[in-house]
Structure formats: C-alpha cells, structure tokens
Ligand binder design. Structure first.
Ligand SMILES: [Zn+2]
Length: 503
C-alpha cells in the first residue's frame, strides 16, 4: 500500500529531511510540515450539467472468451477482514459504465461483470455500498432476484462450479466512503471521496472499491477492467490503464479506460475533475503521464523525477511490468500504488522522490504479484520500503546500513504497538510495523547471501508468475529453495513479537 504513514514518515524521511535542512519541521506525531502544504489540488468551479450514461455500444459480453483466462484467480476468504469479499466468486472482467454529476453528487452506474462461480450454489454475492440503490440485476440477460442489505449484494440464482456468467447491475446514488481499519494519520476512510467542489477520487486499501461499484473486494480475486466515465465538460475522468477513447457530446465528456492486466480491486483508481495531462519518458523508453489539476500545472514538474526513479528501479528489478504508467494528483494526504496509475495526494511528502520510487516499486511488489490475504501486506510494504531506503541512501551518498540503523531504531516499538508484521492487529492496518521490520529482514537476507544472489531473488519473484497472487507459504517455500536460508529466519522476522537480532 501507500507510502509509510506520515507519523512514521518523519523517521523514514530523516535522511532526506536532514539533507535539505528541514528536520526542524518534522514532528513525531500528527500533522507535520508535509501536511501543512496540503492544499486542495484545485479550486475548480463545479460544472452544472447533469451527466447520464451514453447509449450502450459495447458488444455483448462473452464470459467464455479465452482473453479473460488471464484473470482466473483462486479467491480466498480473507483471514484479517473476512466480512469483505466472497471466495465463491472469481470475477474476470468489470465493465463499468459510470456517470457522475458533481452538482447533485449523483453517481449512476451500469456494471457488467463477467465471472466464474467457484462452487455450486444458489446465489452470487458481491460487495456494494449501502448508499447506492440497485434498480436492476440480470444474470446472462435474464432478470435476477436480489437483496441488498448493508454492503452485501446477494443475487439469488443457481450457479454451477466453474461455469462462467455475465452479471449486470444497475445502480445510482451518492457514494459514501467507508471507515478504514487503521489508526494512521494520513487517511481514516476509504473508497469514493468527494471534494467540496464535487470532484471525486478513490483510495481503497484494504477495501472500499465497493463504495462505488459491485465487486468481490478482496485481493485474491484479480480481474480485468474497462472503466468508462461521463462527466460535465471540461471535466474528465482518469482511471487505470490506457485512455482508449474520449468524446465530447452535449456538454459532457466520456472517457474510456482499458486495463489489460488483471488487478486486485484495491489497486483500482478513478478520479474526476478538471485535469491536464503532461508526459515525459524514462531513459528505458517508458512514457509516464502526469494528471494534475489544470489550475496547478506546477505540480507536474515536481513529479517528473519519476522517470529517473523508474530507470533506477528497472536496473534492479528488470523491465517495468505493465503497458502504461502514470501519476494522478488528488485531494488526499496519502499515496497509493494503484496499478499503472499511481494516486497521490498533493503534499510535499507524497510527491517526494522517495515516495515516487516507493509507489513505483509496488508496481512489481504488490501489483504484478499480489498477496492473496491481507495478513501478508508485508510482501508489498517490506520490499517497497527496502527499495525506498536503498534509493535514499544513494541520494544522500551514504550506506544502506546507516538507513537500516534508522529503521531499526523504532522497529521494536512498532512491533509492540501493532503486532508482528505478518500477524498484526486488524484495527491497525498499514501501520509502520508492516514496513520497517520486513525491510530490515530483506537487508539481513542480503547480508547473508550476498548482493548477487539477493538481487536475483528480488528480480525473479515478481517475474516468476506475473499478474497473479501468492500466499505466504508459497513465497517462503520459494525463498528457502532459492536462498537455502532456513525458514525460521523469515518466520522470526515476520511473526516474532520481538525484533530478531541483526547481524
Ligand atoms: Zn507502500
């Protein structure tokens, strides 16, 4: 997920802050100098037109299309957040047609979901926020009875294991964010957020995609996405993947985005507002887009160092794994590694070089290969934090060891507060304990097996099974096999209530 929480960021960013002489502005807890600069990204006038869904032009959905096979998953019930997601559904493709009217705060949605049932049963269940009212549900074109209580959308239809279906859900309403199970200071809710001007954005880790579309909102179920959003002009919608089409009609702009690699729902992002796109290109040839509010073009210049950061990452991790890469600036204090389109608040910290590297590192560690259960978010954060630390050491011209000494200074306290990295307190999702201990583990592994073997393991893991999920046992088995380091080394770092000894 996200970069490290702000209260911890001060520790993590010590190196950077010292180098720019800004340490005095960094306080241990609560709003720090980074947050003070959190201006709303824009002060756009709210357009008054009402958005409606354009006439349906998509070809009929074909759930048996082999092109969907890349999204086949093995869904699980989450061990940390079992109330979200349903392992009997394997969603393959979400075709989301949305219309957002900022004036009235109304979202109209038509979601066409191609899915596989993983079991014989008498219903399909998805997550969908309670404030959204469902007007119709069809299964393979036929009306289907449904109930929508709380966030559970239950469609009463007989289903057969491994059969594929097309479920269409029509709904509307004003989305509401959902409380996030965290004590972090940079976010407390997740899902579809609405600014005072009616612009919208999303961050939705560990869950919250359900606040704006019907979804199997658990990371083990990856799916392909086509997201089409209509908003009043001159506003536009920005989402994951590539912009496949953009048309203006009757004072409305319809933007269609296509994501060709399967993604977990927490990695989906969409924003609406008055955005301008600029681009630059890494030395390796990856074009990077920057979507910033049109009245604050200077924000894009601050992000352009992402190209050099990507080159740095590719030298260690191999070629960037996806078809497109961009950054989307929104009205948040946090940052999120949403797949192919990184979502960032407009703060000094969330737009810093360290965070750009951190979120791009997640494209390999978290997005390309994704934990199948939230207990293992350390798989994402440990490596992203370690790579961020290595990058910072180079920036500052000092040793990685010295950065790790800083991480280690507060690691024991984090473990004591929020639990071991891979067995954390469920009310403290994304606390710093899942970042720093696992980062230290990677550094200790590097010291044990040497640079060459270490970077080979780091590079090979995401490339081993692109676009899939992994569970802890698979990962640890593979690490033991590759490194010949005893399994207890990894388990001590991940599961011990106290910090293991460092070499
Ligand atoms: Zn992260």
């Amino acid at each position: 997920m996200r970069s490290a929480p702000l209260r911890r960021v001060c520790g993590a960013l010590l190196v950077a802050l010292v180098s720019v002489g800004a340490l005095a502005g960094c306080r241990g807890d609560g709003p720090d100098s980074a947050e003070k600069s959190t201006a709303r990204p824009s002060a756009t006038q709210t357009p008054s037109a009402t958005a409606s869904l354009p006439a349906e032009t998509d070809p009929p959905a074909d759930p048996d299309d082999p092109a969907l096979d890349s999204a086949l998953s093995e869904p699980v019930e989450d061990s940390v957040y079992p109330d979200v997601g349903d392992p009997s559904v394997d969603s393959l493709h979400y075709d989301l047609d949305l219309a957002w009217t900022p004036d009235s705060r109304t979202l109209v949605g038509d979601a066409t979901i191609e899915l596989r049932s993983t079991a014989d049963g008498d219903h399909l269940q998805l997550d969908l926020g309670e404030p959204l009212e469902v007007s119709a549900v069809t299964l393979d074109g036929a009306d289907a009875p449904f109930e929508h209580e709380g966030k559970d959308l239950v469609v009463s239809v007989p289903v057969v294991k491994d059969e594929r279906y097309v479920l269409e859900v029509r709904y509307s309403g004003t989305p509401e964010t959902t409380p996030a199970p965290t004590t972090r200071t940079d976010f407390s809710t997740s899902g579809w957020a609405i600014t005072p001007s009616g612009e919208t954005w999303t961050m939705q880790e560990p869950y919250g995609a359900f606040t704006w579309y019907p979804v199997n909102d658990q990371p083990a179920d990856k799916a392909l996405y086509d997201i089409t959003v209509t908003v009043p002009s001159p506003w536009v919608a920005v989402a994951n993947g590539v912009l496949a089409d953009q048309t203006e009609h009757d004072g409305l702009t319809t933007s269609s985005w296509h994501l060709s690699e399967p993604a977990s729902s927490y990695l989906v992002t969409v924003a609406t507002g008055d955005y301008t796109q600029t681009t630059n290109t890494s030395q390796s040839g990856v074009e990077i887009s920057y979507w910033v509010p049109s009245d604050r073009p200077g924000l894009a210049q601050g992000l352009e160092s992402a190209a050099a950061g990507l080159d740095w990452l590719e030298a260690l991790l191999g070629p960037y794994p996806f078809d497109s890469l961009g950054f989307l600036l929104v009205d948040s204090k946090s940052g999120m590694e949403t797949q192919t389109l990184i979502t960032l608040g407009a703060t000094d910290y969330t737009t810093s070089g360290a965070v750009l590297v951190h979120e791009m590192a997640h494209q390999w560690y978290g997005d390309e290969i994704t934990p199948d259960d939230w207990r293992d978010v350390w798989m994402n954060e440990g490596m992203a934090m370690y790579l961020q630390g290595c990058w910072q050491a180079e920036e500052d011209g000092r040793s990685v060891d010295s950065v790790m000494d800083e991480y280690a200074a507060f690691e024991s306290a984090l473990r004591a507060k929020a639990g071991p990295p891979a067995a954390y307190d469920p009310t403290q999702f994304g606390n710093s304990n899942v970042y720093y201990g696992p980062a230290l583990m990677w550094h200790e592994l590097r010291k044990r097996i040497g640079d060459e073997a270490f970077w080979k393991v780091v590079r090979d893991w995401p490339a081993r099974a692109p676009g899939t999920n992994a569970n802890r046992d698979d990962y640890l088995d593979w690490l033991v096999d590759q490194t010949h380091v005893d399994r207890s080394f990894f388990e001590d770092w991940l599961l011990s209530p106290t910090t293991p000894p460092r070499s």
